[in-house]
Each structure stands twice: as structure tokens, then as C-alpha cells.
Write a protein that binds this ligand. Structure first.
Ligand code: C2E
Ligand code: CA
Ligand code: CA
Ligand code: CA
Length: 278
């Protein structure tokens, strides 16, 4: 038994070493990718269910690794968060979204606000000024930019988060609580959060309208947002039945495959052009 235990131990040690090795290799590739311009942003529409007008975009990171094709953010964001590379990477994402907004304005388009995902470590690392400096670099009105912060990130360091969010709000930068409903934040915390929007996590929207519990959770989040004077966006809307349920419960903003997949900047610009013509 002792020998077996020893072998098990060695097995896990090898697993850990392999994982550390993979992390190191990926971290090195990520740094090369940033320096080499291998990242780009895709933009997913946020759409009104009332008239299907375009109300905003969420910028989503894409990594086209030479010889590997597209690598999903779900694979590399957690590692970047782990190694700390998320701070320069997250700054790049915000800067790139702002650069794109500036370019659209310079082209005579009337852009909608663009939301950028801010990871927990990025939020802990930065002050509100750090975020503002990037937006200011492009001479943008702060209300064209929204930061999406997960409920979990806010809970990790409540004092810092409250301070940054309050300062962002004072600067006119919009803030959304992302993946809402997954982070166990209490109502009393939510009441104190200086944010503008709640985004209902896809895992709840998924079950609507066939899973009774999900119907309850989704309609309760919508009612709560309404009571607190917050906008609410349902993410991951794929089916007309889901849109109908949401509309019926007074959630009018949706983001999902039903109303638009994430698209490269050129196609996002086409959506802005169509918007002017309407
Ligand atoms: P998220 O913030 O919850 O982003 C929404 C994800 O849902 C995106 O996946 C989007 O493509 C996907 N999605 C949108 N509509 C639908 C739908 O109708 N059905 C389904 N099945 N999926 C839908 P994506 O682009 O793979 O991003 C995954 C996650 O990676 C994001 O989840 C976010 O947490 C993270 N991420 C992406 N870009 C960034 C970034 O620039 N910075 C940070 N920190 N995280 C990012
Ligand atoms: Ca998001
Ligand atoms: Ca989300
Ligand atoms: Ca999500």
C-alpha cells in the first residue's frame, strides 16, 4: 500500500509539473501573440426586443495563433489571469475597443457603446484613473465605454471594487455586473454597488421557458434590476421562445445568437451604417 501511495504521489507531482509547464508555455505564447498582433476583437450586438434596434456591442477577444487557428478565450483567459498577463492584455483590449470607437467616429458613424470585459485581477490591479487614462487617450466621451465586471470579481475585494466602481460612475463610465446570478452576492451588497446594468448569465437564460426554476430566477433578476433602477441584459439568447419570455417579463435588451453572433470590426461597422439608414 505504501508503494502504491508513493506512486500515486509521484503521479500527481507529475500532473502538477505538466500543468505548470503548460502554463509557462502558454504564457510565453500569449506574450508573443500580443507583441505580434495576433489578437483581435469581435463585436457582439446588444439588441432591443422592442424594435430590434442596435443598442450596444460587447467586445470579445479572439486569438488567431499561427498554425493553430482560433483559440477560445475560455482556454487562455484563466491562464493569463493566473500569470498576471491579464493586466497588459486587458489594457490592450480596452485600448483597442477605444481605438475602434475613435475610428468609427472619424468615419462619420454614430457608434453605440462598446462593453469590455475586465477580469478580477485586472480590476484589483487598477484604479479608476488607470481605466480613464486609456479612454482619454482616444478623446472619447466616457459614456461610449462600458466595463463588464463579474459578480465574483466584485465579491473578491469588495472595498477596492466599491471604490473603483464609484469613481468610474462619477467619471461617466458605465459598469455592468457580468454573469449575474452566479456569484452569490446578497441583495444588500447589490444595493450598494454603483453600477448601471445587470447581465443575466447564459446558464439561466438557457433553461427558459422550459425549466421552472430558471424562469423564476430570470424573472426575479429582471424585477430586482427594475426595483434598483438598473438596466438588464439577458445573455445567450438563442431561441425565439426565450426572447418571448424575456419580453413578457419586461427585459428588453438581449445579446445572443438569435439577434447576432460576435463579428469582426468590419461587419460591426456595417451594422452601424444600417442603423443610420433606418
Ligand atoms: P462572457 O463575458 O459571458 O461572454 C459571452 C460569451 O458567450 C462569449 O463567448 C460569446 O461568444 C458567447 N455567446 C454569446 N451569445 C451566445 C449564444 O446565444 N449562445 C452561446 N452558446 N454562446 C453565446 P466567448 O467569446 O467564447 O468568450 C467566453 C468568455 O471569455 C467571456 O464570457 C469572458 O468571460 C471571456 N472573455 C472574452 N473576451 C474577454 C476579454 O477581452 N477580457 C476578459 N477578461 N475576458 C474575456
Ligand atoms: Ca461579458
Ligand atoms: Ca457574461
Ligand atoms: Ca457568461
Amino acid at each position: 500500500a505504501k508503494r502504491l501511495g508513493g506512486r500515486r504521489h509521484a503521479f500527481f507531482r507529475k500532473e502538477l509539473a505538466d500543468q505548470a509547464h503548460r502554463h509557462l508555455a502558454l504564457d510565453r505564447d500569449l506574450r508573443t501573440a500580443l507583441a505580434g498582433g495576433q489578437f483581435q476583437l469581435h463585436y457582439q450586438p446588444k439588441v432591443s426586443l422592442i424594435d430590434f434596434s442596435l443598442e450596444g456591442f460587447e467586445a470579445l477577444l479572439r486569438w488567431e495563433k499561427p498554425g493553430h487557428g482560433m483559440i477560445s478565450p475560455g482556454e487562455f483567459i484563466p491562464v493569463a489571469e493566473d500569470t498576471g498577463f491579464i493586466v497588459p492584455l486587458g489594457d490592450w483590449v480596452l485600448d483597442e475597443a477605444c481605438r475602434q470607437l475613435r475610428a468609427w467616429l472619424d468615419d462619420g458613424l454614430d457608434p453605440v457603446p462598446v462593453a469590455v470585459n475586465i477580469s478580477p485581477r485586472h480590476l484589483r490591479h487598477h484604479s479608476a484613473e488607470d481605466f480613464r487614462r486609456i479612454i482619454d487617450r482616444h478623446g472619447l466621451s466616457p459614456d461610449l465605454v462600458e466595463l463588464e465586471i463579474t459578480e465574483g470579481a466584485v465579491m473578491q475585494d469588495m472595498d477596492h471594487a466599491l471604490e473603483v466602481l464609484a469613481a468610474l460612475k462619477a467619471m461617466g463610465i458605465r459598469v455592468a455586473v457580468d454573469d449575474f446570478g452566479t456569484g452569490h452576492s446578497s441583495l444588500s451588497y447589490l444595493k450598494r454597488l454603483p453600477v448601471t446594468t445587470l447581465k443575466i448569465d447564459r446558464s439561466f437564460v438557457n433553461g427558459v421557458p422550459s425549466v421552472r426554476e430558471d424562469n423564476g430566477i430570470v424573472s426575479t433578476i429582471i424585477a430586482m434590476a427594475d426595483m434598483l433602477g438598473l438596466d438588464v441584459v439577458a445573455e445567450g439568447v438563442e431561441k425565439p421562445e426565450q426572447a418571448n419570455f424575456l419580453r413578457h417579463h419586461n427585459c428588453t435588451l438581449v445579446q445572443g445568437w438569435l439577434t447576432g453572433r460576435p463579428v469582426p470590426a468590419v461587419q460591426a461597422a456595417d451594422l452601424l451604417v444600417k442603423r443610420i439608414k433606418q
